[in-house]
Write a protein that binds this ligand. Structure first.
Ligand code: PMP
Length: 330
């Protein structure tokens, strides 16, 4: 019989697919690592498995323990799946601006979600930061993975994403492009690829305009999951050869093109990373192989990026799409 012991065994080993249309006019091969094939639908399943298993080994997480993490998104889903299979309780803390759909996904997997007000100072006892710290202190057997500082976040990519890309491209990868959120993906994957290629593989970070990684002040942007207003310790800036800053408008227009032209319904940080990858590929030749990592699926963004009115409100619609909205209104 062919079967897997549990969904945990299906984490990783995601496919690489060539981008064929959005790359028109380029000579280099551009391949996408499609992370929505992970059981929780994102790249974050990888870090969930490794952070939990490392905490079991170190004794920080004991049988029947409780995982407490401030997260509303992909990391929560990954942690919730691994936790339920291994018999841990999960409590996630998230700000009240998070959509009910996202909260319901976490609850569907059996996690508890504590929602905190956004409109209070970070020092306020009800703030997002203070509530998660208090839950860790007051819950017996609590353990906080803290993806921003946990070395097993980048290590999970050093041991899985990096080797997968090297094998899948038979060592022909020349450039690796990915968004930077906690920095785990770029630091772990990038370090592995540099080591195994004797420094030949170039590592490029994609960042929303305004974020600190590309020299911004942390001013707001709309792409989710990437960019920061501080420097997390999970990010190893030495691995990155170049950072490409991408606007919200370019990111979202490319995200829509990926669905329409490549059959890839992916999230906004994927569009952002592809814009950066295409800029990198512009100067390259036919022997170059650019791999761009696409962190999650577009299903979580249907009412935003894939909603014409939302896009039009921000002035993000491409010209062809603008006509379609006008037709519908007329
Ligand atoms: N895109 C999305 C949608 C994400 O959730 C994340 C994780 N925060 C990233 C990109 C960036 O990955 P990393 O945290 O490994 O830098």
């Amino acid at each position: 019989m062919q079967f897997h012991d549990s969904m945990i065994d299906l984490v990783g080993n995601t496919p690489l697919v060539r981008l064929n249309r959005v790359t028109e006019g380029l000579r280099a091969t551009v391949l996408a690592k499609v992370e929505y094939f992970n059981p929780g639908g994102s790249v974050k399943d990888r870090i969930a498995v490794r952070m939990i298993e490392a905490a079991e080994q170190s004794g920080e997480l004991e049988p029947g323990g409780t995982i407490v993490e401030p997260t509303s998104g992909n990391t929560g889903v990954g942690l919730a799946i691994v936790a339920q299979q291994k018999g841990y309780r999960c409590i996630f803390v998230c700000p009240d601006k998070v959509s009910t759909d996202k909260i319901n996904v976490l609850r569907a997997y059996g996690a508890e979600v504590v929602v905190c007000p956004t409109a209070v100072d970070p020092e306020h006892p009800d703030s997002y930061y203070n509530v998660s710290d208090r839950l860790v202190r007051e819950t017996p057997g609590a353990w906080k993975p803290d993806q921003y500082s946990n070395p097993n976040n980048p290590l999970s990519h050093y041991h899985s994403t990096g080797p997968e890309l090297w094998e899948q491209t038979e060592g022909r990868i020349t450039h690796f492009v990915t968004g930077i959120g906690t920095g785990g993906t770029i630091s772990g994957t990038g370090r592995y690829l540099k080591e195994i290629s004797d420094g030949r593989v170039k590592v490029v970070g994609a960042d929303p305009e305004g974020s600190v990684y590309s020299g911004g002040s942390g001013r707001p942007y709309l792409v989710e999951g990437v960019g920061e207003d501080f420097w997390p310790t999970a990010y190893d800036a030495e691995v990155t050869d170049e950072i490409v800053a991408v606007s919200d408008k370019d990111s979202f227009q490319m995200t829509r093109r990926l669905a329409k032209e490549e059959g890839l319904l992916v999230g906004g940080s994927c569009g952002m990373a592809v814009v950066a990858a295409l800029r990198v590929a512009e100067g390259l030749g036919p022997d170059d192989v650019v791999v761009v990592l696409l962190p999650d699926s577009g299903r979580g963004y249907l009412s935003k990026i894939f909603n014409d009115e939302w896009m039009a409100d921000y002035g993000f619609l491409a010209e062809g799409d603008q006509d379609r909205v006008a037709d519908v209104v007329a």
